[in-house]
Ligand binder design. Sequence first.
Ligand code: HEC
Ligand code: HEC
Length: 414
Amino acid sequence: MRRAATILSLVLLGAGLLAAGLHAASAPAEGWTEEERAIIRSLALNALPPQPADPSNWVADDPRAAVLGRALFFDVRLSANGQVACATCHLPERQFQDDVPLARGVGMTSRRTMPIAGMAHSPFLFWDGRKDSLWSQALGPLESPVEHGGNRTQYARIIAEHYRESYEAVFGPMPDMSHLPPRAGPVADLDAAAAWKAMAETDRYAVNRVFANIGKAIAAFERTVLPTQTRFDAYASALGSSGGAGILTEDEVAGLRLFIGKGECVNCHNGPLLTDNHFHNTGVPAAPGLPEDQGRAAGAKLVREDPFNCLGPYSDAGEGDCSELRFMAADGHELLRAFKTPSLRGAADRPPYMHAGQIATLADVVAHYNAAPAAPAGHSELRPLKLSEAERRQLMAFLATLNPKAEGQSRNGF
Ligand code: HEC
Ligand code: HEC
């Protein structure tokens, strides 16, 4: 509910901005109008509300679960070849991503790794939003044949063998698994899939609970990974008092003006995480050599059918929870090739860009918005911006003010 209220107030703010006529000649050249100040303050980190509770995960904020989840996040034993952990692609020292166009685990994926700081604020996860919680998200890569590549009984056994004590302290007794096949799960591996089908329903349920709890512990850890202060945040908080003079250069301020004005970036990249958490078709070109990616049109169906969603048997949510899932838009032409708006915090420092790393540099991203090409499928929401070369440079200068400050990078004990 709090999230809905935040989104509503952003929408109202956006409407107010348009009504106020951003380019009003009455604004002093170096100054901001009241409306502009309000927008800028709404983007600052200190405007970020507390992380929304996750009623589908009863250990979401349990520190013991977070300690266990942190260990699992870095544990390469949770993979088919003993070499892949979450941290293989989500490198803590690289904003929890990996700087390559397409992520590589036990095989090659068809999407770019997403950073995870602050993602507990996001109602839907992945570029196509096919998961509706951090815990349910974590289960995806574990079973993906190109990421961790393992299976459910394998993982449950690793917990029993290496994490029994810390697991049981949080979740209660492990089920007896001595009679279960070592490798079984509804995965691409045909032998493991057949072994899973042959298991008793009650055994499958017990293993699924352990599997879900692995995700819930990892999610508790991920909730401790938070965005950090940037130079932009210092500027935005100073706007109210000293005015922010000297914190940003003239070009950076001009870029901010474009970001919230002529560039229309703030229509989608809004709020303190610079994302509206929605899905948009922005005409990003198809990635060469990959199958057609429908984005949200496919993700919306998948999240509804997912047994590990908020409404499913492994969720801890009560009646009246799960409103994001129950009221989401599940079909409509605008979902075709729509992808999740990424946070722009730190984005200038982590090329390549977009859901399959199709765009190599920040300059190319800005050129993309300037040109607003037709979408390969569906319809792009963008229109050409007609920015001069100097304006494009200013926009890039502003985006770099959203990079974490050097001293802010030793976050959360890393
Ligand atoms: C092989 C590299 C790889 C591994 C291993 C991996 N991820 Fe990812 N991660 C990705 C990619 C690629 C995406 C985007 C995939 C998509 O949209 O289909 C992603 C997306 C995510 C997201 C969504 C963020 C958002 O903004 O929606 C989270 C959270 C995440 N991963 C956490 C994890 C966790 C937890 C693990 C371990 C259980 C893990 N990842 C393992 C590559 C990886
Ligand atoms: C209509 C909504 C919308 C508008 C307007 C918009 N963006 Fe985006 N932005 C997105 C979406 C959605 C993506 C991801 C698209 C994809 O991966 O296919 C994105 C991606 C990006 C990325 C890449 C980030 C990453 O991690 O890959 C940058 C940088 C960016 N936008 C900057 C801007 C700037 C600068 C503007 C204004 C000139 C702008 N955006 C306007 C929705 C929007």
